[in-house]
Write a protein that binds this ligand. Structure first.
Ligand code: NAP
Length: 305
């Protein structure tokens, strides 16, 4: 096909990478994926060939990127667990950037986070800050997308708040709940990624949705839309976090990390910028209220089988 180029997407069988892949294929583009699980079910069949990340073998990693025009990077770890850590994710992503340079990749679209900062004491925001600096120093042209929370069918945070509201006799909000967040729809993020992948200039985009919620209002909106009658109470941060640990033990998962609570309460999932996506979370929740939160979405099962 005319204008069809080869693109590499990390995590095409995962969450945001899957939607980026879908949109590239719909535009007649060719896609390969880099993944930690090349044997996993491939929803795209022969359309998308899977390569292992090969972080320990830079030559093989660069070889898998031969002929690639644009690399869409979603790779990251949500928290330190087992052999996975922020430090390792930073080191691996630096290897990915170097491999893309070696392979002659033109452009990198990198999914970051709102308010990244290499000086942050929070590992997530610190690591993302370091990576943004490395990408800007690299020889690649780049687009950096900074989402806050990404919502969609496979999302974890919003789904699991709805799950708690459906299942538990109380929902606990840490502190006053006045801290804010601006969720973006996963398909809007994917569209943004594909559009910015086709551009030439270096870009940093605050990838936020059209609605700003306080956490308290977000929980209230979810409660109403899923028809929950669970009372919502406010407790000090430390107690709320320990209660989330207890629920985590019950489901065999990490529900929320201390860093995530601090980041949220420090308003790091909020940024003063115009929206980059159009889909309103409140509309999407209304459309999906029958299914949202019916099942728990398990981070550890997804990434640490
Ligand atoms: N989800 C959100 O609400 C949210 C909010 C703000 C920013 N972000 C950023 O958006 C990007 C994509 O997030 P996502 O939720 O769409 O991620 P995802 O699809 O679950 O994972 C993205 C990639 O990271 C790999 N990965 C994830 N956890 C891993 C682990 N513990 N060990 C090894 N590899 C791991 C996955 O490997 P496999 O290919 O093997 O699956 C996949 O290639 C990330 O950079 C994240 O920081 C996400």
């Amino acid at each position: 096909m005319k204008n069809s180029k080869l693109h590499a997407v990390t995590g095409s069988f995962g969450y945001s990478g899957k939607y980026i892949t879908k949109q590239l294929l719909a535009k007649g583009q060719q896609v390969i994926t880099l993944t930690g699980n090349p044997q996993r079910h491939n929803p795209f069949g022969e359309q998308v060939r899977a390569y292992a990340f090969n972080f320990e073998n830079p030559e093989a990693l660069a070889a898998s990127l031969e002929g690639v025009d644009t690399l869409y990077n979603t790779y990251w770890v949500r928290f330190d667990h087992g052999k996975a850590s922020y430090q390792k994710a930073v080191d691996n992503t630096l290897k990915l950037i170097a491999a893309a340079e070696t392979a002659g990749v033109r452009r990198m679209v990198h999914v970051s986070i709102s308010n990244p900062n290499s000086d942050s004491h929070l590992g997530y925001f610190h690591g993302k800050g370091l990576l943004e600096e490395a990408i800007q120093k690299s020889s690649l042209s780049y687009a950096i997308l900074r989402p806050t929370v990404i919502f969609g069918r496979e999302d974890i945070l919003i789904n699991n708040i709805a799950w708690l509201l459906r299942r538990f006799p109380l929902f606990v909000i840490p502190g006053n709940g006045e801290y804010k967040l601006q969720p973006i729809y996963v398909e809007d993020l994917a569209e943004l990624a594909v559009r910015s992948g086709a551009a030439e200039d270096n870009q940093i985009i605050e990838a936020i949705g059209p609605e700003t919620f306080t956490f308290k209002d977000l929980v209230g909106m979810l409660k109403t839309k899923v028809g929950s009658r669970t009372p919502i109470i406010h407790l000090p941060t430390g107690i709320s976090y320990w209660l989330s640990k207890v629920v985590g033990l019950m489901v065999g998962d990490v529900l929320l990390t201390k860093e995530e609570v601090i980041g949220l309460m420090d308003n790091l999932l909020y940024t003063d910028a115009p929206p980059a996506g159009n889909t309103r979370l409140s509309d999407w929740v209304a459309e999906n209220s029958e299914t949202l939160g019916k099942e728990y979405h398990h981070e550890l099962k997804r990434h640490y089988k």
